[in-house]
Write a protein that binds this ligand. Structure first.
Ligand SMILES: O=C(CO)[C@@H](O)[C@H](O)[C@H](O)[C@H](O)COP(=O)(O)O
Ligand SMILES: [Zn+2]
Length: 189
């Protein structure tokens, strides 16, 4: 059992090293986009399924509440949290529409819309990002594997170089924490 634990910790470390090697400039670009948008009065919308829904909420909580700094709250919404909205849209229009309809309702030009998908191909995330593009939003995909279909349509993809869903998610949450730190420093120091 200890060998299995050691192997998993090693593979997690290797993914983090690959993130550092391959994705540092993209993480900086993402932070810069958010600093410009939030500093200019725009908002952040975030979505994902399963563990990525939890990551979306975690991200938004850091932005609306705080990461490390005492500062004013910033405007961000997780599209994963309201069970009445999710069940109404899912029941009436289908699960593929649960995020797209919320983008239709909430997104304005210049907002940053982030989709998390380890496969890069979840239909509900793809459809919402496609509409966000039409709306003139800045679209970002936190993705995995080969980036899937979402990589093809977003303004910025940050594709964690792994084929293992939990390792990809660990990459995503680390990137989110780094970006929250850079956003606070960019806007409030
Ligand atoms: O957290 C995990 C697996 O670690 C699962 O809940 C996982 O997020 C779900 O299977 C998602 O539906 C996967 O969707 P996606 O990342 O491919 O868009
Ligand atoms: Zn998970």
């Amino acid at each position: 059992m200890n060998e299995e634990i050691t192997n998993q910790l090693r593979s997690s470390r290797e993914v983090m090293e690959a993130v550092e090697r391959e994705l540092t400039p993209r993480i900086a670009t993402f932070a810069g986009m958010l600093v410009a948008a939030l500093g200019g009065g725009k908002k952040l919308l975030v979505m994902g399924n399963g563990g990525s829904a939890a990551d979306a909420q975690h991200f938004v909580a850091e932005i609306v509440g705080r990461f490390k700094m005492e500062r004013r709250g910033l405007p961000a919404v997780a599209l994963t949290t309201d069970t009445s909205i999710l069940t109404a849209i899912g029941n009436d229009y289908g699960f593929d529409a649960v995020f797209r309809r919320q983008v239709e309702a909430l997104a304005d030009e210049g907002d940053v819309v982030v989709g998390l998908s380890t496969s890069g191909s979840s239909r509900n995330v793809y459809d919402a990002l496609a509409l966000a593009n039409d709306r003139g939003c800045i679209t970002v995909g936190l993705l995995g594997r080969d980036g899937g279909t979402i990589k093809e349509i977003v303004d910025l993809d940050i594709t964690v170089p792994s084929g293992d869903t939990p390792r990809i998610q660990e990459g995503h949450i680390t990137i989110i924490h780094i970006v929250c730190d850079l956003v606070e420093k960019g806007l409030f120091t």
